[in-house]
Design a protein around this ligand. Structure first.
Ligand code: PEP
Length: 251
């Protein structure tokens, strides 16, 4: 059975002390009430060493939200995959739509980051998704197929086994608009079918595919009930303990 995962993407929110306190409270909650899903907190870089210390490994894990495309050296302001790994983090998000649009990260760069992160021992949460105009023109499936082909499909089967895919329609991120459970299911099944053709039946069956985009306690259970939706990548609602825990419990 493939893993269920709910990952929180804190984005650029919370200062250090606040973030550590918040992570500790999430950990305490799931220690008392173990969840069926793996819980991952994807925090700003500065929180990672501390969060990794305060969470009980195996119950709540942590990850970065991006990494450098180069392994080390003269790249001022960058943080490498190996540095993220050295904090105790197990995951890194690659290809979030905010990285793609604000920082112009294209599929080639994202592919480089993905391979590098996996080679350091991190697991990658690889984001894909169409913008509103692409959904309206009916090209959403083709857009996501190209993102996966160019960003992921040159990975070896072993590398690919370290990947979680997050389908995040860009028009639903932080907008309050959510894909319907049927729209999410259609895309998740499409992604699983593409993976089956590229990596085979077992890899497709074992792949965890998350939905992201204005997921909240009121809609999570219905979206997660779809057969190809294996959890969520949660932005805004991951900053509120009650909402985040309720979303995890919707699995
Ligand atoms: C995200 O940024 O990955 C995300 C899903 O954000 P939100 O839940 O706020 O739409």
């Amino acid at each position: 059975m493939r893993k269920k995962i709910v990952a929180g993407n804190w984005k650029m929110n919370m200062e250090l002390a606040e973030g550590l306190k918040f992570a500790e409270s999430i950990d305490t909650y799931f220690k008392a009430k173990p969840s069926k899903a793996e819980v991952i907190l994807c925090t700003p870089f500065i929180h990672l060493p501390g969060v990794s210390q305060v969470v009980s490994k195996g119950k709540v894990m942590c990850g970065g939200q991006n990494c450098a495309s180069e392994p080390a050296g003269a790249f001022t302001g960058e943080v490498s995959a190996a540095m993220i790994k050295s904090t105790g983090a197990q995951f890194v998000i690659i290809g979030h739509s905010e990285r793609r649009s604000y920082y112009h990260e294209d599929d080639a760069i994202l592919n480089k980051k993905t391979k590098l992160a996996i080679s350091t021992g991190l697991k990658v949460i690889f984001c894909c998704g169409e913008v509103r105009q692409e959904r309206e023109s009916g090209s959403h499936l083709n857009v996501v197929r190209k993102q996966l082909e160019d960003g992921l499909f040159n990975l070896s089967p072993d590398e690919f086994s370290k990947v979680v895919i997050a389908y995040e329609p860009v028009w639903a991120i932080g907008t309050g608009l959510t894909a319907t459970p049927e729209q999410a299911q259609e895309m998740h099944k499409y992604i699983r079918d593409l993976v089956k053709v590229r990596y085979g039946k077992d890899a497709a069956e074992n792949l965890t595919i998350l939905y992201g985009g204005s997921c909240k306690p009121s809609n999570a259970a219905e979206i997660f009930s779809k057969p190809d939706v294996d959890g969520g990548l949660i932005g805004g609602a991951s900053l509120k303990k009650e909402d985040f825990c309720a979303i995890v419990e919707a699995i």
